[in-house]
Design a protein around this ligand. Structure first.
Ligand code: CO
Length: 131
């Protein structure tokens, strides 16, 4: 498994992207809207993973509820695997609880989430990229 990205919930995507790209000395920021998850995302590539800033889109966005409750900050870490179904089975057998089934994420990925109660308070995404 590899760290794929670290996702941070923000109130103002443009402003946060300016701050992070200056701090990390990153020139290229990709923007993407993931309607199914109710977010607009700014993606910054590091040598060994990405930082994704997420701003809520629409009133039903789970990120809006997160921001109301917690304010901006770390939302989830994402772990990448080449064997999504095998890893879900293996993790379930060692007691991990998942939030929903494996589903389509952004850019052709497949994703599911591990309940933070299973990982000492950290929400973790499990993802696989198209081959
Ligand atoms: Co993610």
């Amino acid at each position: 498994m590899r760290i794929d990205h670290v996702a941070i919930a923000v109130n103002d995507l443009k402003e946060a992207a300016r701050t992070y790209s200056a701090a990390l000395n990153i020139q290229n920021v990709e923007y993407e809207r993931v309607e199914s998850e109710g977010v607009a995302v700014a993606i910054m590539h590091l040598e060994n993973g990405r930082i994704e800033l997420m701003e809520p889109v629409g009133d039903a966005s789970p990120i809006r509820r997160f921001l109301e409750k917690n304010g901006p900050g770390l939302h989830h870490i994402a772990l990448e695997t080449d064997d999504m179904d095998g890893e879900v089975d293996r993790m379930e057998s060692c007691g991990m609880r998942f939030l929903g089934k494996v589903r389509a994420g952004s850019a052709g990925t497949r994703v599911t989430f591990i309940h933070p109660k299973s990982l000492h308070g950290v929400l973790a995404e499990l993802c696989s990229h198209p081959k």
